[in-house]
Design a protein around this ligand. Structure first.
Ligand code: ADP
Ligand code: MG
Length: 700
């Protein structure tokens, strides 16, 4: 017999009510397992009102009533609905509509002349003077004696097309009915048990039951937070290894590099490099997060430290999220370190065959000192002779597993994660429980605030004129077109169209980069822009992170309202990288909602990445999800860590902190989760799909 846990993990399509046919709808809505469906909590309550006449229909439209079946009228053509004409007890006529109806079923439950009970959404259609009442697909139809069951409060679930409210509700009930209790993992008697909590939250009777004040809901939210903290702790808090000690080490290459640089390191860079050196002198493995706004010069910190490593004969690996960024880092860092006699290589999915083999061999032999690459670096075939330092650039773009996969290539390598995405205080704990944090809070000297303007796209002509002037002075311009949401196929169409239009005006000064282009083609375009041969780069958001072209001073962003603030800040950070005044033009199209305008104005007025991220979270509330990834907010299924209502926010913060403490206490006592409670917790991790953390811990 299968275990109680297995039951929760069963695939939804095994239920007759779902099968292969509806599986895809459920997948889209919740996921594929029983437990995924159970996490789908009711979001609202509605009240089914008992009425006597259609004129009494409440605003919600949800009613139950008795009525007499007058006439069946099958659809005339294939697509037209099957109609049943009804009459209420006050003698008003209305109709029931059925698409793809089973005639025989309808004739059986609603034979002409019989008084029946119906329940569902009654719509009132006003057409000039005439008023029609219609109900499509009643939720219930049956004998008058059953009417009592269909009156009163009723939970409402979020839906996707293809599924109805009553379908989802009845499948949830069915799944809950046969579920068995799991061993308790919290052992806190203020909360109901896991299964009774699930049963309770799916049976709300009042609005109170739907709120965060409800203990059953709290229990489940707590469970998710607990799984999250355990997962994080298990995967990041490996006991720090003894590591390469650099105690007597006097930086040689780094000092040489500093001499060669055309600029002075900022105070913040110097301070951070010193912090990193302290870590390395400690003899313990460094696990550090470097936070610094866009353009603060994080790369230099990593490169200086890589030099220290090279002094000791150790290699550095830099993981970056995009192909473009790998190439750019590769060429910049390569040029910087060439005079020092260091070898830099790039490895991405694009290096194939012989080239790839040669690079991998030279990494393994130790000939390469620094390798920069995308996910390709994580492959098993890539091994190092002597990996001492791992850098994760734009760390928020990577999952825990990927970060670990790279560091597992050397047990004791020092790890530096870098991000420009400011993480609001409440979330630092959530994401980086056990890392040390360095902050680059200073921009290189002479940088001016980027002047930001919010402009209607109707003024395109003026903008083009302005750009002409800027380009005339030898400066460069980015022009970003957003993804088009409706159709993935055409996500680059807008960029292509804009490129064609701008080519008419600026000729071969214009280049185009988008995600659908072939690698070499993309490189060539980027290369021309980097070298300044092209001065206007039209692109999709592929240039969002990391790209560094100091001569670029104007950033145009179309449909800026579609981006998250954090993402806009990243994009804007592509300009303002030298001492010339730079500009960012945020173009919007109509209609522009009040919210959207506010967000754009925030961008215009605010230049501090930290404040922007917080404002983003505040404005976004729980609703809009664009940019969640960029803001580094972990996403939860049962709650939104960011709530507008201070009361809700307080409840959640409290649960979150409590779960954090509990996770730490448990791991302190039972680091392998092998006690009885530990075994129960493993089940919790599996339910929330955090179990890979446990596996990783074992292998790492
Ligand atoms: P980010 O922190 O966004 O990754 P980068 O490392 O790309 O920033 O640096 C932005 C630009 O500033 C680069 O062109 C880099 O060469 C330059 N830079 C870095 N440090 C300094 C400095 N101390 N003074 C002047 N320019 C610097
Ligand atoms: Mg960077």
């Amino acid at each position: 017999m299968s275990s109680p846990l297995d039951y929760y993990l069963t695939e939804l399509h095994t239920l007759n009510a779902i099968g292969k046919r509806r599986e895809k709808f459920y997948k889209k809505l919740v996921g594929s397992r029983f437990i995924d469906l159970l996490w789908h909590l009711p979001s609202q309550l509605s009240f089914r009102r008992l009425i006597e006449s259609v004129h009494e229909v409440p605003e919600s439209g949800l009613i139950t009533m008795e009525a007499t079946v007058e006439l069946h009228q099958p659809g005339m053509r294939k697509r037209s609905p099957y109609r049943i004409w009804m009459r209420d007890s006050k003698n008003n006529q209305f109709e029931l509509l059925f698409f793809n109806a089973y005639d025989r079923f309808l004739q059986r439950v609603a034979p002409e002349g019989r008084k029946i009970a119906i329940s569902g959404q009654l719509k009132c259609e006003k057409n000039f003077d005439a008023v029609r009442y219609q109900m499509s697909h009643p939720d219930f139809m049956g004998a008058v004696t059953e009417i009592g069951q269909w009156i009163g409060p009723e939970r409402v679930y979020g839906l996707t097309s293809g599924l109805t409210r009553s379908m989802v509700a009845s499948v949830i009930d069915q799944v809950l009915k046969s579920a068995r209790p799991l061993p308790e993992w919290i052992g806190d008697c203020t909360f109901p048990s896991f299964l009774s909590a699930l049963r309770k939250v799916h049976r709300p009777e009042s609005y109170e039951d739907l709120s965060y004040a409800d203990l059953a809901r709290q229990r489940l939210i707590f469970d998710e937070y607990l799984a999250y903290h355990l997962g994080m702790a298990l995967s990041t808090r490996r006991p720090r290894e003894q590591s390469i000690r650099a105690s007597s080490h006097i930086p040689k290459l780094a000092s040489q590099l500093e001499q060669l640089l055309p600029f002075e390191l900022t105070g913040a860079q110097k301070k951070t490099i010193a912090e990193l050196r302290d870590d390395m002198h400690s003899g313990q493995q460094m696990v550090r997060l470097l936070q610094g706004d866009v353009g603060s010069g994080k790369t230099m910190v990593a490169v200086m430290t890589a030099c220290d490593m090279a002094d000791l004969g150790m290699q550095t690996a830099i993981l970056v999220p995009t192909e473009i960024l790998s190439r750019q880092h590769g060429s910049k860092i390569g040029k910087m370190l060439e005079p020092l006699g260091l070898n830099v290589a790039v490895l991405t999915g694009r290096e194939k065959g012989k080239t790839r083999k040669a690079i991998i061999e030279s990494i393994q032999s130790g000939e390469i000192d620094i390798v920069i690459g995308t996910h390709a670096l994580l492959e098993e075939s890539v091994t190092f002779k002597n990996l001492g330092f791992v850098v994760i650039d734009e760390q928020h773009r990577f999952g825990v597993e990927q970060r670990l996969a790279l560091s597992s290539k050397s047990k004791s390598a020092h790890i530096l994660s870098m991000t420009a995405t400011p993480i609001p205080r409440t979330l630092v704990l959530a994401n980086h429980g056990d890392m040390d944090v360095s902050i680059l809070d200073e921009k290189p000297l002479g940088r001016k605030t980027i002047q930001t303007r919010v402009i209607s796209v109707d003024r395109l002509d003026e903008i083009v004129e302005q750009i002409k002037v800027v380009m005339g002075k030898g400066r460069q311009v980015y022009w970003v077109c957003p993804l088009i949401e409706e159709s993935e196929k055409s996500d680059f169409a807008a960029a292509v169209a804009r490129y064609e239009m701008l080519t008419q005006i600026f000729g071969d000064k214009v280049e185009l980069v988008h995600g659908k282009m072939k690698g070499p083609q993309k490189d060539a375009a980027m290369e021309r822009f980097l070298k300044g041969e092209a001065t206007l780069l039209v692109s999709t958001t592929v240039i969002e992170v990391g790209v560094d072209v100091p001569q670029a001073t104007v950033m145009v962003i179309e449909h800026a309202q579609r981006f998250g603030l954090a993402q806009l800040h990243q994009l804007r950070g592509r300009v303002g990288r030298n001492d010339i005044q730079s500009f960012c033009l945020l173009l919007y199209g109509q209609p522009l909602s009040f919210q959207a305008r506010k967000r754009l104005e925030t961008m215009r007025d605010c230049h501090d990445g930290f404040k922007i991220a917080e404002e983003d979270l505040r404005l976004r509330g729980g609703g809009e999800i664009i940019g969640t990834k960029q803001s580094g907010v972990p996403k939860f299924r049962l709650s939104d860590l960011v709530e507008d209502d201070p009361k809700d926010a307080a409840v959640l913060e409290n649960l979150f902190a409590k779960a954090h403490k509990m996770a730490n206490d448990i791991l302190e006592k039972d680091p392998d989760l092998s006690s009885e409670q530990g075994m129960a917790l493993r089940q919790l991790l599996i339910l929330f799909e955090k179990d890979n953390a446990v596996l990783l811990r074992k292998s790492g």
